[in-house]
Design a protein around this ligand. Structure first.
Ligand SMILES: Cc1cc2nc3c(=O)[nH]c(=O)nc-3n(C[C@H](O)[C@H](O)[C@H](O)COP(=O)(O)O)c2cc1C
Length: 194
């Protein structure tokens, strides 16, 4: 059984169009072959790194205390076979909530390690998938910073592939249903192909 980790950052919950893509993706997965773990960073006791939390993290890492609960998120991320980030396009990238999650999973010795040749990813994940929706049209432009960053992050952590499925232009006055439905189909097709 492979495990898929869905990191749900759809802050607008029931109103979220991005959440529709996530639901379409999960519904099309073969649940005989995949189990799905969902994590909602806004429901977790997950804090951004501050002077205090960073010092505590450094102390635990210096002690080699990688099994502490604080590092559960990093271990879960490192062990996932595929990871899906469901996050809307906010302020040219994604909600800070997802960055807080990234700060919590980026742990030396769990998701990456230092070698004489440089840093090396330790995650066993194959695909890092971003499901997103955007108010305007930004795909393929310099102003679209979510995919650039998350693709680099996936490479850093050792993922083989980064895939983005998104719907655009939803707040431009067009009927958003068409692009959302089309992106839902692509999300389903991806899940069915896994
Ligand atoms: C706080 C905030 C910031 C946003 N920033 C952008 C942006 O920079 N560019 C853009 O095209 N749309 C932006 N949007 C619009 C969202 O990308 C768009 O409405 C998206 O579909 C929201 O996803 P959701 O329905 O899953 O919440 C923003 C929306 C919010 C609430």
């Amino acid at each position: 059984m492979k495990n898929v980790l869905l990191v749900d950052c759809c802050i607008r919950r029931e109103q979220s169009r991005t959440a529709r893509l996530a639901r379409a993706f999960i519904a099309a997965l073969d649940l005989e072959r995949f189990c799905v773990n969902v994590i909602r960073p806004d429901q977790e006791r997950m804090r951004p790194l501050t002077g205090e939390t960073l010092a505590e993290r450094d102390r635990l890492l210096a002690e080699g205390a990688l099994s502490r609960p604080r590092f559960d998120y990093a271990r879960q991320f490192a062990a996932a076979d595929d990871v899906v980030f469901a996050a809307p396009f906010w302020d040219l990238s994604f909600p800070a909530l997802l960055k807080v999650y990234v700060e919590n999973i980026s742990v030396e010795g769990i998701t990456f390690r230092t070698t004489p040749a440089g840093l090396e990813g330790l995650c066993q994940g194959k695909r890092l998938i971003l499901l997103t929706t955007r108010g305007g049209y930004y795909g393929g432009t310099r102003l679209e910073q979510a995919t650039t960053y998350l693709a680099a992050l996936g490479e850093f952590f050792g993922f083989e592939q980064f895939i983005c499925i998104g719907a655009e232009g939803l707040d431009t006055g067009i009927d958003p249903e068409g692009p959302i439905a089309e992106a839902e189909e692509r999300a389903k097709a991806l899940a069915a192909s896994m």
